[in-house]
Design a protein around this ligand. Structure first.
Ligand code: ADP
Length: 396
């Protein structure tokens, strides 16, 4: 069975066609600059050359059609007919408090996605357009919505409620939701298997450290806590996001610089984090290079990032009253030996012992702790597309 996975962003669309008989990727690609000048499709069929098409994509509907055309193209395609696609799995950002699992799309599901536009203003509209474009292009083929917020629905009230007047939760759903849910769910379950832990009671902390970064605590794959909140701004220091700050910082910058709240939030989302602290780049490799050359601000940015991850791990060990495994994933988590090593150097009190040789790994599932370590520490590459395809297969 072949499943198409779509991830529609505000101006982009990423896709993978996966053969679920062996979980092999048949083709993957990206539509960029949808709705703006210079739209481009980059299609990478397995075993064939990359294929690029520059052609206007006024909206996601046109982009979906171009993806279909590329998949069945006589030269660059990988299937003879779109009828070979049995189902489409969509990454959908926000389902509010309605869905805690993936679901086959019907009119009710579309209504919920629409009702959550204000909670996910950049993504939910694009996600819905992607679903409707697939319905139009492939009538009768089931679409499955896999929600980024589903994993966080496992949190108890004490973890998801903000300590603000309850009326704002009741009127507007203002609470912590958590994001990167597909990745945390996938990696936590893989960690239970890889660490040979109790599938129902194993306590796992997943550090998803990429440009966007978040951390989760889960027991038996069910979320206990996760660091992103109402929006992805809360929690760890990220490439361009500040993570946790005292909300009074916003008022202070507004007053001193004559900016609006929206302008300051834009700064906290896009100009802060590793970029803002270092003044160099949002990319860890650039900032580490500058750190190596003795740049003080780059050094502080990297140290603060590591310190924040270690603090959250400590908090999550307390939240679960223990931890069996810590898994690193995403760009930095999968590749960056010094950052993994530095985070773990805070965790001696837990009996964490890292094997320095094994910690050299890049992008491969590996146990990086020693056999004597009291907590299993591992690198587990995330694979959100495969996770979405598996969820889709399970539902259709
Ligand atoms: P996102 O999906 O959130 O955009 P990624 O998970 O791709 O982000 O992570 C991007 C980050 O990972 C960048 O800051 C980059 O520097 C870092 N990264 C990617 N590859 C490596 C590597 N080989 N070594 C160290 N850092 C890396």
């Amino acid at each position: 069975m072949k499943i198409l996975v779509l991830n529609c962003g505000s101006s982009s669309l990423k896709y993978q066609l996966i053969d679920m008989d062996n979980e092999a990727v048949l083709a993957k690609g990206l539509c960029e600059r949808i709705g703006i000048e210079g739209s481009k499709l980059t299609h990478k069929p397995e075993g064939k050359d990359k294929y690029e098409v520059e052609s206007p994509m006024p909206d996601h509907k046109v982009a979906v059609q171009m993806v279909m055309d590329a998949l069945v193209d006589p030269v660059h395609g990988v299937i003879a007919d779109t009828k070979e696609i049995s189902a489409v799995g969509h990454r959908v950002l926000h389902a509010g408090q309605v869905y805690s699992d993936s679901i086959v799309v019907n009119e009710d599901v579309k209504r919920v996605i629409r009702e959550c536009f204000d909670l996910g203003p950049l993504h939910n509209p694009a996600n819905l357009i992607g679903i409707e474009a697939c319905e139009a292009a492939m009538p009768g083929v089931p679409n499955v919505a896999v929600f980024d917020t589903a994993f966080g629905q496992g949190m108890e009230e004490k973890a998801y409620m903000y300590a603000i007047p309850r009326e704002y939760y009741e009127k507007y759903g203002i609470r912590r939701y958590g994001f990167h849910g597909t990745s945390h769910s996938f990696v936590s379950k893989e960690a239970l298997k890889f660490g040979e832990l109790d599938p129902k009671a194993g306590k796992v902390i997943v550090c998803h450290l990429g440009n966007g970064a978040s951390i989760s605590a889960s027991i038996g794959g069910k979320c206990v806590d996760t660091s992103m909140g109402l929006t992805p701004l809360e929690g760890l220091i990220m490439g361009t996001r500040s993570g946790d700050v005292d909300p009074a910082v916003i008022q202070s910058i507004c007053n001193k610089e004559g900016k609006t709240v929206n302008e300051v939030l834009d700064i906290l989302n896009k100009k802060s984090g590793i970029l803002g602290m270092s003044g160099i780049s949002s990319d860890f490799r650039d900032v580490q290079k500058a750190q190596g050359e003795g740049d003080h601000n780059a050094h502080v940015a990297i140290e603060a990032f590591i310190y924040r991850v270690a603090k959250y791990i400590g908090a999550y060990v307390a939240a679960m009253n223990g931890v069996d495994a810590i898994a690193f994933t995403a760009g930095v988590g999968e590749n960056d030996k010094p950052i993994r090593g530095a985070v773990c150097s805070y965790l001696g009190y837990l009996g964490v012992e890292i094997d320095d040789e094994k910690n050299k790994v890049r992008g491969e599932r590996t146990m990086i702790s020693t056999p004597a370590s009291k907590v299993k520490v591992m690198v587990i590459p995330t694979n959100e597309e495969l996770a979405i395809a598996r969820e889709t297969l399970a539902l259709v």
